[in-house]
Design a protein around this ligand. Structure first.
Ligand code: CMP
Length: 139
């Protein structure tokens, strides 16, 4: 089934000018980037986006990091996109990420791990809606 997932190229990656390189990896893996924009997320938006992690000790650091510099938010389309993008990203902690994955190649640490990807269909739908309006998404 053709699916869409939501992705963020995080500040540690945009700071190092890795947007194009990461997009090449994404496209080479068969994803179509169907929507994409460069934005600066506010601290409040980051807190809402990561609300599910609000009880974690790293929540403050996580939200400050996501809002520290511009990010690329994107919608990726492919058969089985949600699961396949999580595989392509690799484990959350780059130390555990498989060779060839985005996080193994580019991430700096568990916090500065270069990319985010939705973990389930409902999350993908809500995360896409959080960052994109209907007119920005071409069917
Ligand atoms: P992401 O997939 O964007 O979703 C939640 C984020 O929390 C995760 O990526 C990590 O970057 C971050 N995270 C998870 N564990 C830690 C940790 N121990 N310290 C800092 N950040 C973390």
């Amino acid at each position: 089934m053709i699916e869409r997932t939501f992705s963020i190229i995080k500040p540690d990656a945009t700071r190092r000018n890795l947007t194009g390189e990461i997009n090449s990896v994404i496209e080479a893996a068969g994803f179509r980037i169907v929507a994409q924009k460069r934005i600066k997320i506010t601290l409040e938006q980051a807190k809402t986006f990561y609300a599910v992690h609000s009880s974690r000790p790293f929540y403050g650091e996580l939200c400050e990091f996501l809002s520290s510099d511009p990010v690329i938010v994107q919608i990726l389309e492919k058969e089985n996109a949600i699961e396949d993008y999580r595989t392509l990203m690799g484990a959350t902690n780059p130390a555990d990420a498989a060779e060839g994955t985005i996080r193994h190649r580019f991430a700096l640490s568990v916090g500065q791990n270069s990319v985010h990807g939705s973990d389930a269909a409902e999350t993908a739908a809500s995360e896409i809606k959080f960052f994109f309006s209907d007119i920005e998404i071409i069917e």
